[in-house]
Design a protein around this ligand. Sequence first.
Ligand SMILES: [Zn+2]
Ligand SMILES: [Zn+2]
Length: 238
Amino acid sequence: MYMITKSQNISEHFHSSEFVCQHCGEIKIDENLVNKMENIFSKLKASKCIISSGYRCPEYDIQIGGFAGRHSEGLAADCVYYDKNGKMIPSKIVCCVAYDLGELNGIAKIDEYYVHLDNRSNGYYHGDEARGNDNYWENPYGYFGVSKEEVSKYTGNKSKPKTIALGDTVIVNGVGTASSTGEGARTINYVNQEMKVIMISGNTSRPNRYALNQYNKGVVNDPFSVTAWFSINDIKKV
Ligand SMILES: [Zn+2]
Ligand SMILES: [Zn+2]
């Protein structure tokens, strides 16, 4: 841990003076906290981050909070992130992104937009400061009722549509109507079956269906093959 105590640029988006104790002007801030705040910044594709309170000398921390906490150690900051359109990002979103990054042990919602972030090395703090100073959650998604989709509006981490191409090897879980020469069609429940894509349906009776061959032969109705049609939901590309 390296404590910054001078007025200086710390990182791309932060200057140490933003973390100054508002009561005495002293600067003391953990460089790693700032680096981790930068990681949240970039994950959120934020345009800016405004710090409402960074370092608080013990005297000031006791004065406003009743006890000397992580702010008095230079390990914490209360802040709000702004999106690329200049709008404040809801704190519950920031909590989820900070949680997913897994770098900070102290994450709390302060109000609708402000979060408390701290780089404590022992234990953790998953807070909701509107309620108190306790741990209130294990997983912020469930606690705050946030979906992955809401978060991906900021992070842009949308699950990519799967593209399956002819010749790909895939893993199949699902029921397929299989056929092989001489045996006719029958239903088979495939469990983690490795298969090869031998045909992609282009017609409307089987939209986006994939013919897979169990023995990777690459030919439909090969005498030794079993082929079956599957939807993309049954297929995992390897
Ligand atoms: Zn002070
Ligand atoms: Zn705080």
